[in-house]
Design a protein around this ligand. Structure first.
Ligand SMILES: Cc1cc2nc3c(=O)[nH]c(=O)nc-3n(C[C@H](O)[C@H](O)[C@H](O)COP(=O)(O)OP(=O)(O)OC[C@H]3O[C@@H](n4cnc5c(N)ncnc54)[C@H](O)[C@@H]3O)c2cc1C
Ligand code: FES
Ligand code: FES
Length: 468
């Protein structure tokens, strides 16, 4: 089978390109579309942004082509900066606004900004300054300065609407297998077929959004004999909600889940909005964040504090495991070689339960955490009756804080109790020094977050999330 997709409104069928060739390389070197630029090749600068409507999706989204593979394009519609205008010789609204507002100097970053704003213009958000800043947080400009780019964003959003050309051409059907250059790309569409592929190829990487794994292709130039793509498995793409909780498929992206998370756990939503950039959140998934098993992944501490259950699926069917028991040691998990993460189920909060999470990093946007603290407290008549507290960045795995929890349960909820619980973090954790933070800094920050939590719950801390 070939990889079939739409590029700038024209059907493309590629049968010879390596499935893990990055889309950025393909565009610049094979398709001759050099308007899409390479800056960092690791998802940090946004110069390589393209507009993508993924297979099976109707969302017009900006993504980083440096972390996207050709295999992921099967059944998708892709538009580059060369294909945004519907009328030959005329600039598209964002391009025209960038010119009018002097939003470019050397121009290297400009195609990426245009793409990010084109996707924003064709989304369904109520656009404000904050939303524009959020949409542009994944795009770096070294010379123009952002004021004129933000002015161009406002002008383009206000300009008369035209349809995005990305949706003008119907998407082709996607296949389930592709092989080229000695590499197989398996894209099963059912959970059983995904598990069968995993059983047949236990050493093959599972590729979801590719925002972690994509670095193996873009930076390390690895060529795996077999890659198994999870995004076409219908069961992994569902969000289901009942009275007890919400079940999120492992291949659901952050952007897809955000509206429901926002309603159920607003503090968690605020943290998710700080995972990478929009380009990253448009393809990055919960399953990938958990499967990656990093000690500084942002969602696991939150999900552990929220008492999340993972459903793993293997040849004998599903099995459930509490997320807090899933991580065994540094990047080691309970996932067997023939299993996949199928979904995660997060209980809803009861009326007497509160949940807050705080990410501490050197920059507000586009930065990996030094520490993430996540707190779910049950407070009855002013007394803490239950506490589930978890941290990331404090140990080899995301982990609960039993001494902190014990220090809080049974206590009247006031700042003294919060401070005592914070001091107990020294019993729970022996963090390491690294280039992000020293062990002592991490312990102090973890302790201080309890005071922050208290002030936040008392309404004294009006800032939702800040970098300390
Ligand atoms: C620029 C940039 C910024 C980032 N910022 C952040 C950040 O702020 N916070 C943060 O936490 N992370 C961040 N990340 C990391 C990454 O975006 C997240 O970890 C994301 O959730 C990974 O999801 P994915 O779908 O892209 O995973 P992939 O890259 O596709 O996969 C990641 C790992 O999970 C495994 N996996 C995927 N799906 C499954 C499954 N169903 N079952 C079992 N294993 C599976 C894969 O085999 C692989 O080992 C950033 C990455 C980049 C490039
Ligand atoms: S080249 Fe920098 S994000 Fe892709
Ligand atoms: S215009 Fe030069 S980097 Fe933005």
């Amino acid at each position: 089978m070939a990889i079939n997709f739409v590029l700038n409104g024209e059907a493309r069928s590629e049968a010879l390109v390596s499935p893990t060739r990055t889309v950025l390389e393909y565009l610049r070197e094979d398709a001759g579309l050099t308007g899409t630029k390479e800056g960092c090749a690791e998802g940090d600068c946004g110069a390589c942004s393209v507009v993508l409507v993924r297979n099976g999706s109707d969302r017009v989204e900006a993504v980083n082509s440096c972390l996207l593979t050709i295999g992921q394009l099967d059944g998708a519609r892709l538009t580059t900066v060369e294909g945004l205008s519907e009328k030959a010789g005329e600039l598209e609204a964002v391009q025209a606004a960038i010119v009018d507002e002097d939003g470019t100097q050397c121009g290297f970053c400009t195609p990426g900004f245009v793409i990010a704003l084109h996707a924003l213009r064709h989304g369904d958000e109520l656009v404000s300054d904050a939303v524009i800043h959020d949409a542009l947080a994944g795009n770096l400009c070294r010379c123009t300065g952002y004021r004129s780019i933000v002015a161009a964003a406002h002008a383009a959003i206000a300009a008369p609407g035209d349809a995005s050309p990305v949706m003008a051409t119907p998407a082709p059907a996607a296949g389930e297998t592709y092989e080229a250059q000695g590499q197989a790309f398996l894209a099963p569409t059912s959970l059983d077929a995904l598990v069968a592929a995993r059983v047949a190829h236990p050493d093959a990487p599972l590729l979801s959004g590719g925002t972690d794994l994509g670095l193996s292709f873009s930076k390390d130039r690895r060529a795996f004999p077999v890659t198994i793509f999870t995004q076409n498995v219908a069961q992994l793409k569902r969000i289901e909600e009942g009275d007890a909780g919400i079940r999120i498929g492992a291949a659901v992206t952050y952007s897809e889940a955000l509206p429901r998370i926002e309603e159920l756990y607003p503090s968690f939503a605020a943290l998710i909005r700080r995972i990478g950039s929009r380009q990253i959140r448009n393809v990055g998934t919960f399953g990938g964040n958990i499967g990656n098993a990093s000690p500084i992944g942002d969602t696991p501490p939150c999900l552990i504090a929220l008492d999340t259950t993972l459903t793993l699926h293997g040849p004998t069917g599903p099995r459930d495991i509490a997320l807090e028991d899933f991580f065994i040691d540094y990047r080691k998990t309970e996932l067997a070689a023939d299993e996949v993460i199928a979904s995660l189920t997060i209980p809803k909060l009861a009326d007497n339960e509160v949940f807050r999470t705080y990410k501490v990093s050197k920059r507000y946007d586009q930065d990996i955490s030094a520490v993430v603290g996540a707190f779910r407290l049950t407070i009855d008549n002013g007394t803490v009756t239950e506490a589930r507290i978890a941290f990331g960045g404090m140990a080899a795995t995301p982990k609960r804080a039993p001494a902190c929890e014990a220090a809080l349960v049974g206590q009247i909820w006031n700042e003294d109790a919060a401070r005592r619980a914070g001091e107990a973090a020294r019993q729970d954790f022996r963090p390491i020094d690294d280039h992000r933070a020293t062990a002592n800094y991490r312990l102090r920050v973890a302790g201080n977050l309890f005071v922050r939590l208290h002030r936040d719950l008392e309404g004294a801390d009006k800032i939702e999330v800040t970098t300390l």
